[in-house]
Design a protein around this ligand. Structure first.
Ligand SMILES: [Zn+2]
Length: 413
C-alpha cells in the first residue's frame, strides 16, 4: 500500500476550501474574464504589490533558524555567501542519504512560491517520524536554497542588484569589455542595474570571465559574474566533491502568464505548474554531447515525470492543484546559460517548475493552492528518489503530459 506524504494529507483541507470557492464562483455573475474551472481561483494585479503573506528576507532567516532548532540537529542551516548588497544566502540541509537533491528557489526575486514550499518541506522533514519521512531521510540528502536572490526579492523584481562597475571591481580583466547581454541598467521599473541571474551559469564550473567572451548571447553559456550564481555553483561543486555526483537540481520559478489553458485530462482549465527538462537546442542537446558526455536529457525527463506523477497521485486528475503540464520547449530552444542547463551538462537531472502567474497576481487562496502543488511536487520527487522509483520511469512518457498552450512566444523562465 502506498502511504501518503504529509502535505498530501494536509491538502485534503485545501481541497475542501476549493470546493467552497467553487460554489461561490458558480453563483457569481458572469463577467468578461475567461471562464474559470472549479476552484481554480483568479489572477489579478494587486494595487499594492507588496509581499503580504510572502516570507521576506528577514523572516526567512528567522524561520530557518527556528526549523533548525526544532529539528534537534536534523536540519543544518548555513550561510554560504552574501549578495552584493550584503544579504545572506542560506543552505538548509536535511537527510543522510547517498542521493543528493539540490533545490533552489527565487533566483528571480519575485517568484517565491518555491520559498514557501521549501520551508514547509524542511519543517516536516525536520520533525516527522512517519515511515515515509524516515525513508526519505535515510536515502536522500536534500540541500535547499530557499531564496537565492534576496536583493531582487526585497525589491519585488526579477533581477538582482549589481552595477557593472562592481563587476569590473571583481574582474578587472573586464574593464574594456562590453556588458554581458543579460545585464540591465534597470528592471521591473526600478532604476537599479542587475543581472538576470538565470543566465549567469557556465557548464565549465571553473570558468573565469574572459573579455573576449562578452557580451555573449542567449545560446552561449554565462559568465558567473554575480555572487549569487557563484555561490550556487560552489554549493553544487562541494556536494559533487562530497558525494561523487549530484543526482538532481530543481529550480523553482513562476511562468508569468496566468491564464494559460492546459489540454489533457484538464482540457480547458488553467495550468497550475508546468515542468521542463533543460533547453539545450536541437536534437535534444546533441551538439553538446561530445564535450559534455554526462548530459542525460532522458534522466531529466524521468525526474520531471516523477514530479507530475506524484502530484496526480496526490490529488487526482481533476483537482486544480494537479493541472500540471510541460513548459514551453520547442526543439530549438537553447538557454545554455541557465543553471539547469549548466548542471545538466555536468550529469545532474534538472527539473524546472514554472508556477502559474506571477507572485503579485496571486491572492491568498490561489497562492496557498500553488504553494501546495509545488510542495507536493518536490516531496514526490524526494519520495521517488528514496524508493528508486524515479529510475524505473519511462522518460518518453513526459511527452504525454499536456502542454499549456505554446502558440505564442511563451515565457522567459
Ligand atoms: Zn523565473
Amino acid at each position: 500500500m502506498k502511504t501518503v506524504p504529509r502535505s498530501r494529507r494536509i491538502a485534503a483541507g485545501i481541497l475542501t476550501a476549493g470546493a467552497v470557492l467553487a460554489g461561490a464562483l458558480s453563483t457569481a455573475p458572469s463577467s468578461a474574464a475567461p471562464p474559470e474551472g472549479p476552484g481554480q481561483g483568479t489572477c489579478k494585479t494587486f494595487d499594492d504589490p507588496q509581499f503580504t503573506g510572502w516570507t521576506s528576507y528577514a523572516e526567512l532567516g528567522r524561520k530557518l533558524r527556528q526549523i533548525e532548532r526544532t529539528s534537534g540537529g536534523r536540519v543544518q542551516v548555513d550561510v554560504v555567501g552574501r549578495t552584493t548588497q550584503g544579504r545572506e544566502l542560506y543552505t538548509a540541509r536535511v537527510g543522510t542519504g547517498d542521493r543528493v537533491l539540490l533545490v533552489q528557489s527565487a533566483i528571480h526575486g519575485n517568484e517565491r512560491t518555491g520559498t514557501e514550499a521549501l520551508l514547509g518541506i524542511l519543517k516536516d522533514l525536520g520533525t516527522g517520524n512517519d515511515p515515509d519521512t524516515r525513508r526519505a531521510l535515510e536515502n536522500v540528502t536534500l540541500v535547499a536554497m530557499p531564496m537565492v536572490n534576496p536583493d531582487g526579492g526585497e525589491l519585488n523584481r526579477r533581477a538582482n542588484v549589481v552595477s557593472w562597475d562592481e563587476v569590473v571591481a571583481d574582474f578587472p580583466q573586464l574593464a574594456d569589455a562590453p556588458r554581458a547581454w543579460y545585464h540591465s541598467l534597470r528592471g521591473d521599473g526600478i532604476e537599479l542595474p542587475g543581472f538576470d541571474l538565470n543566465r549567469d551559469f557556465n557548464p565549465d564550473l571553473d570558468y573565469v570571465p574572459q573579455p573576449g567572451d562578452l557580451p555573449g548571447q542567449q545560446t552561449d553559456a554565462g559568465f558567473f559574474l554575480s555572487p549569487e550564481s557563484r555561490v550556487i555553483r560552489d554549493v553544487y561543486v562541494d556536494l559533487r566533491d562530497e558525494f561523487g555526483a549530484v543526482d538532481a537540481v530543481v529550480d523553482l520559478h513562476h511562468m508569468g502568464p496566468c491564464d494559460r489553458i492546459t489540454g489533457g485530462p484538464q482540457d480547458g482549465r488553467h495550468i497550475s505548474v508546468s515542468l521542463d527538462y533543460p533547453p539545450l537546442g536541437v536534437n535534444d542537446g546533441a551538439a553538446y554531447q561530445d564535450d559534455w558526455p554526462l548530459l542525460d536529457q532522458d534522466k531529466s525527463r524521468r525526474y520531471a515525470l516523477a514530479v507530475a506523477n506524484g502530484i496526480a497521485d496526490a490529488y487526482g486528475t481533476q483537482s486544480p492543484l494537479a493541472a500540471t503540464g510541460r513548459y514551453f520547449h520547442p526543439d530549438a530552444r537553447e538557454y545554455a546559460g541557465q543553471g539547469r542547463s549548466a548542471f545538466a551538462l555536468n550529469g545532474s537531472a534538472t527539473v524546472l517548475f514554472e508556477v502559474r502567474g506571477q507572485q503579485d497576481d496571486l491572492g491568498q487562496k490561489l497562492k496557498g493552492m500553488l504553494v501546495q502543488t509545488v510542495r507536493t511536487g518536490v516531496e514526490s520527487l524526494i519520495d521517488a528518489m528514496a524508493t528508486g522509483e524515479v529510475d524505473t520511469l519511462d522518460g518518453d512518457a513526459f511527452f504525454d503530459l499536456p502542454d499549456y498552450g505554446w502558440d505564442d512566444e511563451g515565457s522567459a523562465d
